[in-house]
Design a protein around this ligand. Sequence first.
Ligand code: ATP
Ligand code: BTN
Length: 263
Amino acid sequence: MTLIDPALLKIRLGALAGRFDVDALAECDSTSSELLRRAERGAPAGTVVVADRQHAGRGRRGRQWLSAPGDSLTFSCLWRFTGPATQLAGLSLAVGVAVSEALEGLGARRVRLKWPNDVLLEQGGDYAKLAGILVELASDRRGTQAVIGIGINLRAPAGDLPQPAAGLADDLPALPDRHDLLAALLGALAGALDRFEGGGFAALQSAWQRRHAWQNQPVRLLQDGVVDGEGICLGADTDGALLVETPVCIKRFLSGDVSLRRA
Ligand code: ATP
Ligand code: BTN
């Protein structure tokens, strides 16, 4: 039996129900892999795949995403944009804003964002990863399709992770019903994607900056484990690039392959 009932979700989505077509699976390899296959077969924008269990959940660069049924929410949503993928550099940041807005709407108070694709929970001045966002783009002559994968920990996963993890239960007195949670996330996603389509990441920049975990703090950028830059983190510019002030200049990093760490 699946944990999400699409009929119940439709009721929760209300006026937004027409913008999404949600399929709930008991299990799949990865909701993003499944949605990429469906997109290839012509699935429309607004198609959502949610799964109770993923046996090959993925993060950036093929890293593993851990999730356990009941303790997490894992889903992917297909969106299409006119124009080339180069205009979508800030999309994963825009999705981060949507996730934060949805969780805050449900009462969360300590959600913060880390460039480019992490949603963190502040815990006594430190940060633990609460959710991950994976945006995969493909372009053709009609425009660009984005498969937006989101994984949220309801409870922190058990297991050895290189960085601390947190769950929504660490920031809320009681966990929300998962239909309410998914409806809030899809609603916020629709709003953020509309703003993004209308004005690019610039339309969401201040919302992102307000929640930026490491604003004005010393950071280090790594490429394949090698330090590629160090300085004071100034946050994201209007394109979604990360700005880091070094003693000689302000360096600009595009999402790509760099990893951000607190120095
Ligand atoms: P980067 O800064 O390069 O993005 P990252 O550590 O944020 O590094 P991602 O690829 O964004 O890495 O996210 C995947 C990582 O998240 C995995 O390497 C794993 O350590 C961690 N991870 C996997 N599952 C979970 C989870 N459920 N909650 C928190 N962290 C997780
Ligand atoms: C990251 O932090 O690197 C991103 C993790 C994204 C995980 C979600 S879970 C739903 C979707 N399916 C996947 O395999 N990955 C994304």
